[in-house]
Write a protein that binds this ligand. Sequence first.
Ligand code: NAP
Length: 252
Amino acid sequence: MSEQRLAGKVAIVTGSSRGIGLAIAQRFADEGAAVTINYVSKEPEAAAAARAIEAAGVGALTVQADVSRSGDVQRLVRATMERFGRIDILVNNAGVMVTKGVLETTEDDWDRTIDINLKGAYLCSKEVAPIMLAQQSGTIINISSNSGLYHPSAMRFTEYVTSKAGMNGLTKAMALALGPHIRVNAICPGWIRTDMMEDIDPEVHERILAETALGRWGTPADVAASAAFLASTDADFITGELLIVAGGRGMH
Ligand code: NAP
């Protein structure tokens, strides 16, 4: 059994039916937190995640909600409060990436990516912040990306990079605005093996490995371990930071 650093806490993890979000939800549950699993379309995956978490002995709730729609976000937060009565941790993880160059992307690609990745994090944070302020405690973790800082292979995905750079700014702005009771940090993962990476060219795969000091892809569990740290009291004096979890790729 993992350390129980999050015992008694309640977390919302957006986009936790699969990939990194699923690993974060599972890790939080292993450390004792009740978790709201959010998804947009994959209901069976979300239900399976909730069953696994409940089997581990903590509460789990699934809520379908598109984080880019304010009405859906209000429903997500309301359902969590009705079920668990408080919210201690918000992880803004839901995200999409369009793998086209800047001259091939459409206005719709741009709007969808910015709306889900950046506006979604803003909407969820804005909805949860008054609850955390009333509790005088809470923490928000934005799952950004190393590409929001700089790394060459990802720079071609213009709207994705822009959304994550925006998320890094949002992290710092919110940390200042919501302190002293709410901590806000971001994790900037490097390349992590999930469904999102399925479309990446094999030649790019090879280049990524060659550029990574630790010589391997990251796993969702690598990111989840950092999220559990940032959510715990071990990170009590850390806010407004961007934690790079990239195996030494694109060091800053
Ligand atoms: P993934 O495997 O494609 O999973 C995406 C998750 O987001 C799914 O749970 C999906 O729900 C959900 N989602 C998508 N659009 C949504 C919306 N509008 N509202 C609510 N949920 C939505 O992606 P991943 O690789 O785990 O990525 C998770 C986060 O990490 C993203 O923000 C991504 O940008 C970031 N990241 C990933 C990598 C990487 O290498 N994989 C690197 C850096 C950063 P459904 O299952 O219902 O579709």
